[in-house]
Design a protein around this ligand. Structure first.
Ligand code: YSA
Length: 335
């Protein structure tokens, strides 16, 4: 057999002797790697099989497998005996206390923003909306131009927007997903989508402002959709979200991508309490509809953008938005 059988025998004898003489688990791991490993000595020996007579190959392969089995079994036995020795020395240690409780495992849970986002999604799904998303790194076109935001608008200023060297922006709002949703649906109504996601603004954080926060965009387009539908859908949504009947008030506001545009305030129905400003909304501007491939003469609809962090703050009584992205367990463990 070309000397291969003798080499196999001596390799196997040597390996078994080394295993017997090993003084610890790490030595065994080293032996395992050098003998049985993918590039180990047995694998090298197997490569010589091609030089054998065809009639010798079968018996040689079998002998290699047997040697491998014997070495692996010896390794296993020796590992077990090291482990047993380690355990018994630990048990013999006079300081070992088997009654000591195991350390507590911290169990994780969802972030308050994730919880609120899921609730918002659930409510809109039940009202027949789809949930969609879009890229956080956007083109100037989708973030501004197609949304009817003119080049002199302050949002385009370096002060307010993170511009990338490539000319892209970190999206400043989720409104760009309105266009992506219209285009993805070939401009064909009915279109009912919400798009939750992260947005970014080059702002100095304070208790109510972050540079990275979350919005949920909403869009509903069809024939004959009016401000009454906007008010109805959003009143239903907010009443479900806050678990009590809500009253909604629209105040005229300018957003370039809607006409008319509003800011929406909410309060508990029948209460004389304070109105809380919650989101921007309005009837989608015909220029935006056209940019999304929608027939603006026949189709109308509304859109809205909610600040999700602010909703979560109200929901859980959080007094400073900067906790949200802090990753601080003292904050997170309260939810
Ligand atoms: C308006 C009309 C539409 O048809 C559709 C969407 C919109 C919303 C618009 N795209 C927008 O971003 N308006 S906004 O600048 O007023 O932001 C919307 C909400 O995001 C705010 O009401 C607020 O809740 C939240 N927000 C804004 N800046 C923030 C912030 N939350 C935390 N940190 C900031 N820096």
């Amino acid at each position: 057999m070309n000397g291969l059988a003798e080499r196999l025998q001596s390799l196997s004898d040597e390996a078994l002797a080394k295993i017997g003489a090993a003084t610890g688990a790490s030595e065994l791991e080293e032996i395992e790697k050098t003998i049985l490993g993918r590039k180990g000595e047995l694998a090298l020996l197997m490569r010589g099989i091609g030089g054998l007579e065809p009639s010798e190959r079968g018996p040689f392969g079998k002998a290699v497998n047997e040697a491998k089995g014997a070495i692996a079994a010896a390794l296993g036995e020796r590992k077990d005996s090291f482990e047993a020795a380690r355990m018994s020395s630990e048990l013999d240690d006079p300081h070992f206390d088997p009654t000591e409780p195991t350390p507590e495992h911290a169990v994780g849970h969802l972030h308050p923003i994730t919880k609120v986002r899921r609730e918002v999604e659930e409510i809109f799904l039940r009202m027949g909306f789809d949930v969609t998303d879009g890229p956080e790194v956007e083109t100037e076109e989708f973030n501004f131009d197609l949304l009817n935001i003119p080049s002199h608008h302050p949002a385009r200023d370096l002060q307010d927007t993170f511009w990338l060297d490539s000319g892209h922006v970190l999206r400043t709002h989720t409104s760009c997903v309105q266009l992506r949703a219209m285009i993805a649906r070939g401009g064909k109504p009915p279109i009912r989508v919400i798009a939750p996601g992260r947005v970014f603004r080059n702002e100095q954080p304070d208790a109510t402002h972050e540079h990275t926060f979350h919005q949920v965009e909403g869009l509903m387009l069809d024939e004959g959709v009016s401000v009454a539908d906007l008010k109805g859908v959003l009143t239903t949504f907010l009443s479900r979200l806050f678990g009590q009947a809500c009253e909604v008030r629209l105040r005229p506001h300018y957003f370039p991508f809607v006409e008319p545009g509003f800011e929406l305030d909410v309060r508990r129905a029948g209460s004389k309490g304070e109105w809380l400003e919650l989101m921007g909304c309005g009837m989608v501007h015909p220029n935006v509809l056209r940019a999304g491939g929608v027939d603006a003469d026949r189709i109308s609809g509304f859109a809205f953008g909610i600040g999700l962090d602010r909703v979560a703050m109200m929901r859980y009584g959080i007094d400073d938005i900067r906790w949200m992205m802090s990753g601080d367990p003292r904050f997170l463990s309260q939810f």
